[in-house]
Design a protein. Structure first.
Length: 247
């Protein structure tokens, strides 16, 4: 069977343990066809006001919609869930964790464009999807792309973000080809997704703006405290601190 590339995004009731998926959008890129899936879901979990502010999905929009696990788009995602396919997401852990609550466990090879961008463009002030939408001027291309795929663009809407992600993926692929000319760019992005990122400086807390090396020299006990007490510490920050302390 030919490989397919599934570019995906979700919208949710919030970001907590109890929150659930209320929109699933993805584009399937095959050898000859492009398929678009976009669907809203009902849920017993109320949408937080913070989430509503971000994605604009209100409870009324979910009236009469199926549960995620009973939907056409979810069934289609399960049909595509095999190890010859690639799942492409920006900040993949969040969406994959959310989909796991619905019973989905990916067998696909994952490309996290957030992690790939952090490897390729470490000095950018941000790596959010909307940041790249403007920094790379993807917004100038998205309407043409949307018209071709019959997609309505809405900021932070799942399928709208998938459209932007499709354009970002093309840019990242070019950067990979430039930086690693002798490697398969898709496989390299899978590899970069799995490769830890060495973080250089703090962007939060009392040492915001300081490099990790500076803090390791002046206040190593604080870094050890972070490792022990910050349960939700970013995996790359944990990796970077461990590397510095071990040296």
């Amino acid at each position: 069977m030919a490989k397919r590339y599934i570019i995906l995004d979700t919208e949710t009731t919030g970001i907590g343990e109890e929150d659930r998926v209320i929109q699933l959008g993805f584009i399937v890129l095959g050898e000859r066809e492009i398929e678009v899936q976009n669907e809203f879901f009902s849920t017993s979990v109320p949408i937080s006001f913070g989430a509503m502010e971000t994605h604009g999905i209100t409870p009324e929009m979910l009236d009469g919609k199926p549960l995620c696990k009973d939907s056409t788009s979810y069934r289609r995602l399960n049909e595509l869930n095999s190890d010859e396919n690639y799942l492409i997401i920006h900040n993949a852990k969040f969406d994959i964790d959310m989909l796991q609550k619905e019973g989905f466990k990916t067998q696909m090879r994952v490309i996290d464009t957030l992690r790939v961008a952090k490897h390729l463009l470490p000095d950018e002030e941000a790596h959010r999807l909307q940041y790249f939408r403007y920094k790379m001027e993807l917004y100038k291309e998205e309407q043409k792309e949307a018209d071709e795929l019959n997609i309505v663009i809405k900021a932070h809407d799942a399928i709208g973000d998938v459209l932007v992600l499709k354009l970002l993926l093309s840019r990242l692929k070019k950067l990979v080809l430039e930086k690693f000319p002798n490697e398969n760019p898709v496989e390299k992005m899978v590899d970069l997704t799995l490769t830890p990122i060495m973080i250089k400086s703090f962007n939060f807390g009392k040492y915001r703006g300081k490099t990790l090396q500076e803090v390791a020299t002046s206040d190593a006990p604080y870094l050890r405290w972070m490792l022990t007490n910050m349960e939700n510490l970013d995996e790359d920050m944990r990796y970077s601190i461990n590397r510095l302390l071990s040296n």
